[in-house]
Design a protein around this ligand. Structure first.
Ligand SMILES: Nc1ncnc2c1ncn2[C@@H]1O[C@H](COP(=O)(O)OP(=O)(O)O)[C@@H](O)[C@H]1O
Ligand SMILES: C=C(OP(=O)(O)O)C(=O)O
Ligand SMILES: [Ca+2]
Ligand SMILES: [Mn+2]
Length: 675
């Protein structure tokens, strides 16, 4: 009698798992007592039964099978063997150092210890070594004095977009995949920045260096209060099951690159910053070391209103000396992006680099344009131009070597977005992109971009390479054109004017626009705003410092200034309408090509702006706003009203010198409206 060879327990399991283990009738193998042929499994040469319809699964258990689904990713390029401070270390040692650095980042300042940190998702078994809390001093505390030091904090370190998508969908209410594959999310009660809750530590250094007082965005706080809020944020973050850590870069100029670490509680925030900052290669991440700046985003948790200086439950706190930022009481992700921009507005001018709230693109022949403007005036829309290379949509530096983007992504407004008018932005809204506060069909998950139910300030954050003609690395030569965008709700500024250098400086310092609803809390309809350097909310030094640098650079590199009104035409907000995007794009095309420089010009009354009589593709009658107003008297009154607002706004700058040149200062003051 031929017996089936003994099958080991695990092999039986494997066969059961396969569900189709082959059994054969052994016709010639003797019979059982009832005469039926005995069933036995086929014999393999090695004596192991097998299923020859498919090779066996290389797992011993179901858990093991599932573990096979995922493999460890290998570095894309070999880690260099000789150079670098970390190369002598084993992988394990490097891991330990990384965890120590993160533990130090999350250290409580009062208990003087960092938390016990462990890498990986708490929902899974921890894959990597744990590290006990790191003491700030070189003595390790002998007894744990608080419950927090008994607990491990799980660190989700530089997760990929796919992992962050899963984290968001699994654990964050209000996260969904849209029909185009983007992650739709809600930013909570705040759907715009909170400039009144942004504070900067005033200490001996910043006292002298920063711009304080009337008009300044830097609302002061003291070091002690900062530490109270920092402790609150750190304690909150450490109390969670897991926190996200992003280690990334700012600035594509390699000589002036800044290392940033973002600690956050939401996958949404981690993915947003993954998209917006420059993404390190695996090797750059290996050698990341100590960050230059750290954000503690505890946005779900409020600040304590009994804390000195606090006027609401939201607080965004910047400490330049500690190189740290704390966010409490707002989940609007733009606070992180623009908070870091403020830091760059401090660090870069210290190195003689001009930081700019501008978009930037470059033509096929290397002609570079900057687009300055406040929120919603068209930086992102107009710099994303299918016929030109995109350098960046919002934040740049201008150094002696040219222009570099600070960021690694774009943050586009989505309200009324259409595939026809803005195809590149439309197509960028796909897997990997974060879509904030949009409304979609509950079944099809098609986004309705016209829906303002959550907010008017709906946004998409995507990596810059999602725009097909982005130039990587995001650096460009010196600009040829400096375009100042103003969305004029009064409808009296011309669609385009050519500016002299003093006029460029006058309008740059004034920073006029009609703030479009939504980006700042509480703004429900457009209203006239003056924001120095087209970004007063983010500048740290006095506006004249940036203006002097811009004027010197424009002069040195022969750049031409332009004022483009992307706002109202044919009447003010309410009676006229916003100038067609297609017309603005034709105007911008004519600036880039150089044809507008050669046009015929006439000078307007009051503002003394040089306006072209013709622009290809644009109806000539709209080039002079008065033509488009049926009520000429109302036009004149509105023009004078706006001129008065400009004049009043500029008064605070009259006693300030711009650069070392007295003559320039006088010329700039004289370049404003005359009436
Ligand atoms: N003539 C125009 N020029 C520029 N943008 C326009 C125009 N008309 C409408 N828009 C819309 O205005 C918004 C400009 O926003 P965006 O480019 O994101 O501004 P910024 O980047 O300066 O904050 C977009 O939603 C765009 O579609
Ligand atoms: C995100 C912002 O920038 P912008 O509207 O200029 O793109 C903002 O101002 O909050
Ligand atoms: Ca902006
Ligand atoms: Mn923008």
């Amino acid at each position: 009698m031929v017996r089936p060879s003994p099958v080991k327990y695990s092999e039986r399991e494997e066969m059961a798992a396969n569900g189709n283990a082959l059994v054969s009738l052994a016709a010639n193998c003797g019979t059982g007592r009832n005469g039926l042929a005995k069933i036995h499994t086929e014999k393999k040469a090695e004596g192991i039964c097998h299923d020859d319809s498919s090779p066996p699964v290389k797992a011993q258990t179901i858990d093991e099978l599932h573990s096979l689904q995922k493999k460890k990713s290998a570095p894309t390029t070999p880690v260099n063997g000789i150079q670098g401070p970390f190369t002598a270390l084993s992988e394990e040692e490097r891991h330990k150092q990384q965890l120590q650095s993160i533990s130090a980042t999350l250290a409580s300042l009062t208990r003087e210890t960092g938390p016990n940190v462990v890498k990986g998702d708490p929902a899974k078994q921890s894959e990597t070594p744990r590290i006990s809390h790191v003491s700030h001093h070189h003595v390790t505390p002998t007894i744990s004095v608080s419950d927090s030091s008994l607990k491990f904090t799980h660190i989700l370190y530089n997760l990929s977009p796919a992992e962050l998508f899963e984290q968001a969908i699994k654990y964050e209410k209000g996260s969904f995949i849209t029909s185009s594959g983007a992650l739709a999310t809600l930013s909570g009660a705040k759907t715009g920045r909170s400039p009144k809750d942004k504070r900067v530590v005033r200490d001996q250094t910043t006292e002298d260096e920063l711009w304080w007082g009337n008009g300044s965005p830097n609302i002061e706080m003291d070091e002690q209060t900062f530490l109270v809020n920092r402790e609150r944020a750190v304690d909150y973050l450490n109390s969670l099951d897991k926190v996200f850590i992003n280690d990334q870069f700012l600035n594509w100029d390699p000589e002036n690159r800044i290392k940033v670490r973002i600690v956050s509680a939401r996958a949404y925030h981690s993915l947003f910053m993954h998209n917006m900052c420059i993404r390190p290669t695996p090797e750059e991440l290996e050698n990341f070391g100590t960050p230059d700046f750290t954000i503690y985003n505890a946005g779900q948790f409020p600040c304590n209103r009994y804390t000195h200086y606090m006027t609401s439950s939201t607080s965004i706190d910047l400490n330049l000396d500690r190189r740290e930022m704390v966010i409490l009481g707002t989940q609007y992700a733009g606070e992180m992006k623009k908070g870091l921009f403020s830091v760059m507005h401090y660090l870069m001018p210290k190195r003689q680099l001009l930081s700019l709230h501008s978009g930037c693109n470059m033509g096929k022949d290397g002609d570079v344009a900057l687009f300055f403007g406040l929120s919603g005036t068209g930086k992102t829309t107009l710099s994303t131009d299918h016929n030109r290379y995109l350098i960046g949509d919002d934040e740049h530096c201008w150094s002696d070597n040219g222009v570099s983007n600070i960021e690694g992504g774009c943050y586009a407004k989505c309200i009324d977005l259409s595939r026809e008018k803005e195809p590149d932005i439309w197509n960028a809204i796909k897997f990997g992109t974060v879509l904030e506060n949009v409304v979609f069909d509950e079944h099809t998950r098609e986004v309705d971009y016209t829906d303002k139910s959550v907010t008017e300030n709906t946004r998409a954050a995507y990596p810059i390479e999602y725009i097909p003609n982005a130039k990587i690395p995001c650096v460009a030569p010196h600009p040829k054109n400096v375009i100042l965008l103003a969305c004029d709700a009064f409808g009296v500024l011309p669609p385009v004017s050519k500016l002299s250098l003093p006029q460029t400086m006058y309008h740059f310092i004034s920073g006029y626009t009609a703030l479009v609803a939504g980006t700042e809390e509480g703004i429900k309809e457009p209203q006239a705003t003056f924001s120095a350097c087209f970004g007063a909310a983010f500048i740290m030094l006095h506006p004249t410092k940036y203006a002097a640098m811009l004027s010197a650079k424009m002069q040195k590199h022969g750049a031409t200034g332009w004022l483009v009104n992307t706002g109202w035409s044919g009447g003010r907000y309410g009676s006229g309408s916003r100038i067609k995007l297609a017309y603005t794009q034709k105007i911008i095309d004519a600036i880039h090509s150089g044809s507008l420089l050669k046009a015929n010009y006439k000078t307007t009354e009051v503002f003394g702006l040089e306006i072209p009589t013709e622009v290809e593709g644009v109806p000539s009658e709209i080039l002079e706003p008065m033509n488009t107003w049926s009520d000429k008297k109302a036009f004149k009154e509105t023009l004078l009203k706006l001129a008065g607002l400009f004049k009043k706004n500029f008064e605070v700058f009259l006693n300030h010198k711009i650069g070392k040149d007295n003559k320039l200062t006088e010329e700039i003051v004289a370049a404003g409206p005359i009436f």
